[in-house]
Ligand binder design. Structure first.
Ligand SMILES: Cc1cc2nc3c(=O)[nH]c(=O)nc-3n(C[C@H](O)[C@H](O)[C@H](O)COP(=O)(O)OP(=O)(O)OC[C@H]3O[C@@H](n4cnc5c(N)ncnc54)[C@H](O)[C@@H]3O)c2cc1C
Length: 368
């Protein structure tokens, strides 16, 4: 028997789920037909307006210690460990750069760096093996500016636009995945039925709901947290490592992309406004950029984008089962980092349910 699975939403989460599910089903010889729906399309040229499309691509659980709970370091480091095999599986290892993060502060903000180091020590319970000496290249680049930098050697970053495109290619190549450029109007979680915008109803054996903020009507406590990012081209600056700037009012990062392109982010505002980047945010981001390296003064701004991260009140992701549906949502600041882990957990849960012919009679949460 072929199991029919509907995946709703083709951001990073839905794409990862479709591809991971296909892989796990093949390994376990489960016959499966996966249908992936997104109102914005899935193909390599779909113009995506969703947080997945603007994300900087940091895979940085330790740097996030300043703004996140201990669970993120724990789950995030497991997710980080999956990335090398995940990009191998996508047949594009070059998407991943495992070059680490330098955490810096200006001399007047030294206190922030100490606080970060204390917080890391606390959440890591004294084990500071995530830190290593600053690479020689950075020591000379930072000379006279950032003398006390910390270096998180295990952290990595991924080129998100290329990742989404490669995933779209793999999805279109997969014989058992159909993608549909269609918004889903509603989902019946108990019966695994989706109703499309034109009123058509399609019944599946199981659903995986990855709609992010598009699922707000089913999650009253889901909210959007606005984030703004700038992308610049700076031929005079050469950094291969991520840089995180500690500051009393904001925590900013710089993520390198190929050909001297850098993504600078991100603001964090309790707002669901997806309107253009404000002058205040642009000024803050650009002055931080200039303060990291004066070589950025001649950089060209390629884009300024704003999106809203899907978040629950505790800012932790939620994977839950109910009826014939698995929902994954609330990936907040960490959806790119956590995507292979969330997809693996959801795919294994689904395979287990298929084996047991299970239906979940009450809602339960699955830890990452
Ligand atoms: C500025 C910024 C920077 C970020 N940087 C990073 C980073 O460096 N590292 C990191 O790990 N995370 C980062 N994030 C967070 C990350 O982007 C999110 O956690 C992640 O994108 C959430 O992915 P998702 O697939 O769950 O949701 P989304 O990206 O919102 O995708 C949901 C998809 O569902 C579709 N959809 C919605 N409703 C429907 C419907 N009714 N029918 C069909 N389809 C529907 C949408 O079109 C969309 O394509 C950043 C976020 C922002 C805003």
């Amino acid at each position: 028997m072929t199991v029919k699975v509907g995946v709703i939403g083709a951001g990073i989460c839905g794409r990862s789920v479709a591809l991971m599910l296909r892989h796990i089903a093949a390994v376990s010889h489960t016959r499966m037909r996966i249908s992936l729906f997104d109102g914005q399309g899935v193909g390599p040229h779909a113009l995506m307006n969703c947080p997945s499309a603007v994300a900087a691509g940091m895979l940085a659980p330790y740097s996030e210690a300043s703004v996140s709970h201990k669970w993120l370091i724990e789950a995030g480091s497991r997710a980080l460990a999956l990335w090398p095999s995940w990009v191998e599986q996508l047949d594009r290892p070059s998407l991943l750069s495992q070059s680490g993060t330098a955490v810096v502060a200006h001399p007047q903000d030294k206190r922030e760096l100490h606080d970060f180091s204390d917080r890391l020590m606390q959440v890591e319970e004294g084990d500071m093996s995530c830190l290593a000496p600053l690479p020689q290249s950075l020591t000379s680049q930072f000379a006279g500016r950032f003398n006390d930098a910390l270096f998180l050697h295990e952290e990595a970053h991924v080129n998100v636009p290329d990742l989404l495109t490669i995933m779209a290619d793999r999805i279109s190549d997969a014989a058992n995945i159909d993608s549909h450029c269609m918004a889903v109007q509603s989902i019946d979680q108990e019966l695994a039925v989706v109703t499309l915008g034109n009123g058509e109803r399609i019944t599946f054996d199981y659903l995986i709901d990855c709609r992010g903020l598009g699922a707000k009507s089913d999650h009253p406590d889901l909210r959007g947290v606005r984030g703004e990012v700038l992308t610049v081209h700076a031929p005079e600056v050469n950094y291969e490592h991520m840089i995180r700037l500690m500051h009393p009012r904001y925590c900013l990062y710089l993520v390198p992309r190929p050909d001297n392109v850098y993504v600078l982010g991100a603001t964090m505002l309790e707002s669901e406004d997806k309107g253009p980047v404000t002058v205040r945010s642009a000024l803050e981001l650009l002055s931080a950029l200039y303060s990291i390296d004066k070589g950025f003064s001649e950089a060209c701004v390629l884009s300024m984008r704003a999106e809203c991260r899907p978040a629950f009140p505790d800012n932790q992701p939620r994977i839950a089962t109910f009826g014939r549906t698995i929902t994954i949502n609330g990936l907040y600041r960490h959806g790119i980092l956590l995507s292979p882990l969330a997809a693996q957990v959801a795919s294994r849960t689904l395979l287990h349910a298929i084996d047991e012919r299970a239906v979940w009679h009450k809602e339960s949460r699955i830890p990452l």
